[in-house]
Design a protein. Sequence first.
Length: 366
Amino acid sequence: MAMQLMDDLVGPGGVFERADELHDANHEMVVHFRNAETGLKAIVSVHDTTLGPALGGTRFYPYRSEAEALTDGLRLSQAMTFKAAAARMALGGGKAVIIGNPAELKTPQLLRAYGRFLNRLGGTYITAADVGTTSVDLDIIGEVTNHVVGRTKASGGSGDSGFSTAYGVFCSMLAAATVRWGAHGLKGRTVGVEGVGKVGLHLVGLLLEQGARVVVSDPHEAALRKVHDTYEGVVTLTSVIDSPVDVYAPCALGATLTEQSVSTLTASVVCGAANNQLLNRSVGDAMAMRDILWVPDFIANAGGLIQVGGELQNKTEGDVLGDVARIGETVTEVLRASLRNHVSTGRAALEIVESRLRSARSGDAA
């Protein structure tokens, strides 16, 4: 086994000398883990621990290169800092990525090796599930480390966080719809859900209960079959981002919102579960110029973090759902600040985050 700090891997694809928007992100720590016996290659990125230990999921994904994996981890860990701060949680932001196809590489031995590496970080980083990892995987990781949340209920955890994430997105979307269209909110509105995995599937059900019309897209036929087997009246489209919808809900991988895609977007509200939805920050300004209400992803999708973070405080399911529902209040606050200060919703949300971090650093955290 070997652990290599990223400090000596400076370069265009490294941490310090970057040309992208991460060049001033100021990550506190980035660590590489490698275990030749199991094929484990992992990167843990700790962005900020001002508010508490860094918590974030472990993404198991077949990245094309180590540089791509590093960039994804850096972006995701920064988003976790924003997410925790906006949700007023005593947690920092971190993320881990494991390089490889989980269907081919993931084994109990690899997961245990990963867990033993996490012990060497001494609790600075606490892991949960993400793309390519599950609560069952966390049970295995939890056999060798205590720095894990989101295990199955049978193992003492809170279980899969898919519903909590979906419920937070729903509350966010409802708040934005109320600002945009008044008291009727989402009733009768067409919502395009892009990606109907474990989060998108729950979101579809919540939207139908609210009286919305739902159209969906997903490249995986099994996911589409499941949504149609579960709910009636859902329409499948090849793509929803360029279809005539009132709300666009990106719930798959990120960066679907580009200046090009936004220029043809028909939706008046954008709110979904995907992380890092904007290709770059200027896209948020482009949506504001078109009077599109975008709910920043790190606010809308905080439900899963709230659930697993609640484990650290021994919160009940009822307490957690109440905390998740309050995401809607944060969304309303952000949208009002955006309108009042004539800035994009993304900039308004970041000001809330930065205000909390400044207060914490000065010892005045609310």
